[in-house]
Design a protein around this ligand. Sequence first.
Ligand code: CO
Length: 495
Amino acid sequence: MKPVAFHNTVLRDGHQSMAATRMKTSQMLSAAPILDAMGFRMLETWGGATIDTSLRFLGEQPFDRVRALRKVAPKTPQGMLLRGQNIVQYKCFPDDVVELFVKCTAEAGIEVFRIFDGLNDPRNLAPAIAAVKKAGKTARGEICYTTSPAHTPEAFLRFSEELKDMGCVEIGIKDMSGVITPRVAAELVAGIIKRTGLPVTLHSHETAGLAAASYVAATDAGATAIETSISPFANGTSQPDTLRMLALLDGNPRQPSFDRKKLAELREYFTKVYKELDAFTSPANETVDSDTLVYQVPGGMLSNFRVQLKDMGMSERIDEVLAEIPRVRECLGWAPLVTPISQIVGTQAMLNVKFGRWKNFSPAAMDIALGNYGRTPAPVDREVLALAEKNTGKSPMSSRPADSLKPNVDNLRKQLAEKGLPTTDEAVVLFAMFPMEYEKLIKKPEAIQDPAAAAKPSATGPASAPPAPRPTGRHQRLQITVNGRRAEALVEEIP
Ligand code: CO
């Protein structure tokens, strides 16, 4: 029996989940050769929120990290998380931008592309998968796991077959909220292997305390790999710790062999880094919180939600709002609670409670209803859809969202030239997603500051002001209307 392989996420999801994606390349370089020698099947190093924070807060050219890590850790393939047609942003990009992004990412040194779409709409994945294949790299199609009447085991299994048909050579189960149970994990892993014959990886989060047990169940069901991190960038809202996972597999015929002394060394090293990132860590991320199972909303969303409700003076109505979330989801075709849809659904639930159901229909929620994010898992409620059509004067989108977008690479390159900025492929794709941040990085790198790091209270000085809310990997501002006034809601990404 082949041992189950471990992928390590400490250089991406580990610090995205535990330290707001603030680990710098310089903090990774001395650990990378040790990680490289351990025998992990893959090191997840890039994608998700890393590109955004590199540009916005760290003043780093994101592609340089991939190249630097490849130099010091050449043996283990590097992997990234790619948000399908949204690349690493929230809006939809034209196919030529997606293709160019994959091409230069592959050239920089990424071998494995974990490609997902929050709605599991295959049309939002096809161009990225094709581009990865063209670049000769590994396309791992991700199934976003969530619970709803529309998300049946059969629906997930059928989706895994579609991913294979589109050219994926591996399948991942992406349980971003950490709600998959051991039994379901085993059922899906065995089912996907049976239907597709492809290697299956389970990716989960320990948020609700289920991940490690689900990893054991997935291992017993024949999963090729599971994804772990290194403490203290592990457990809690992150992946289970590697040493802990090894201990859980003691005596299991599929237990892999790792140098536990070296793992202890890594843990010591990352403990030091964790302390350096003190301004971005929080005890809330370190605990196991089964609230997420009670309320069926991701942990990150819940904690953020409490802050948002408080800002709106609605703290005492949290139970009503949480009860409204599944109703909103049902009306919006059981859209999954994954970024950015989770924030849109949460905000709409708040508006429904405050003003009455659908009396104040947010434009972003209308976009979901009209299919502008992709096909919803179940049909949208007829009355809600009619309301969205009436309010916008638009009919639902039946084509693929990116079909309405014209090629844009040439135009972006022209804009870069006019601004006197580099016109390389890397410049084009970064500028496409983060125009202001990219321009600032090139022209005024010294002006890039991390407001959260600057606001960190001094360790020696008196703690005069109450601590500011902890920063997160990725804030998104949503425009909402409260009491007839436009307002902004600050929301957080779920890794
Ligand atoms: Co994750």
